[in-house]
Design a binder for this molecule. Structure first.
Ligand SMILES: Cc1cc2nc3c(=O)[nH]c(=O)nc-3n(C[C@H](O)[C@H](O)[C@H](O)COP(=O)(O)O)c2cc1C
Length: 262
């Protein structure tokens, strides 16, 4: 019996591994809807993921209506996936529900601080990624929207998020209507450190980024943006110091307003 379970486990692992290895972000979806039972099943299973102290410090807002998508769209800089996907999921760090339970049970919650926000944010991201892997295994395509933390206040208003609830990320989901090429990753040795952190020499950085820099699409990126190097496309255009500082200040404001930085 044990052997049978073990073989089944290995088989199941393999198929999960294959899905993970061949995945890519999907930004174009068929108009086919996602069955509510399937979506709930995936989300329910995702909620089996590890969670800090089993407190489940997250909430998931499901958006299917065109009206709500219209409301959310500007917060995501009108990225077409918001209106183009049958389902938009906003995953939020949530200490509201747990704090309310504490208060109703004669317990004093002490969760209006940064450590608690981090715990809730970690719980949220774990459940999100578990959901994404399960969804991809069922043939669905997903795209994360990092814009969620660029404009958190707009999302808080659109979704009526109360104190101690903060949007961490959004995922658009649907049946794929495209099959883009997989994009590169750094070699494993770039991210792996044995026993302790081994800092990178100039030569190692050159070597580890060489493949990425050699790709025609990345070379094209450099030319199109009139830059000298691919790194400059990141620092000067895609993720600039100015934008990051502005969004950091904004995020701190909204975290205070949501009661996480008392
Ligand atoms: C936290 C996070 C935020 C992201 N935000 C966006 C986004 O706003 N728009 C978008 O088109 N893709 C977004 N993506 C998708 C990434 O661009 C994509 O995962 C990356 O380019 C690697 O491609 P792959 O997932 O196909 O391997 C995001 C991914 C992550 C993990």
């Amino acid at each position: 019996m044990c052997n049978y379970i073990h073989s089944f486990f290995i088989f199941a692992q393999k198929s999960k591994m294959e899905t993970a290895k061949s995945r890519r972000t999907i930004r174009k979806y068929k108009s086919q809807d996602i069955d509510a039972d399937l979506l709930n099943h995936l989300l329910d299973t995702a909620c089996r993921a590890s969670t800090c102290g089993n407190m489940q410090l997250y909430s998931i807002v499901v958006t299917r209506s065109q009206q709500q998508k219209e409301l959310l769209s500007p917060a995501h800089f009108n990225q077409p996936m918001v209106k183009g996907a049958p389902v938009v999921l906003t995953f939020c760090a949530d200490f509201n529900r747990f704090s309310k339970w504490c208060k109703q049970r004669n317990a004093v919650p002490g969760y209006d601080n940064f450590q608690s926000f981090m715990n809730a944010a970690m719980d949220t991201l774990i459940v999100v990624q578990t959901f994404c892997m399960l969804a991809e295994e069922k043939g669905l395509g997903i795209c994360y929207l990092g814009t969620t933390t660029y404009n958190p206040q707009m999302i808080i208003e659109a979704l009526n998020l109360p104190e101690l609830v903060f949007p961490i990320t959004t995922v658009t989901v649907g049946y794929p209507d495209e099959c883009p090429n997989q994009v590169d990753r750094l070699p494993l040795q770039a991210v792996l450190h044995q026993e302790g952190y081994h800092d990178y020499t100039v030569g190692e950085i050159d070597k580890l980024f060489a493949y990425k820099e050699s790709l025609p699409e990345n070379k094209q990126f450099v030319v199109e943006n009139k830059k000298e190097t691919l790194a400059q496309v990141f620092t000067d255009i895609r993720y600039t110091k100015k934008d990051n500082e502005l969004m950091s200040a904004n995020m701190m404001e909204v975290l205070k307003k949501q009661g996480f930085l008392k």
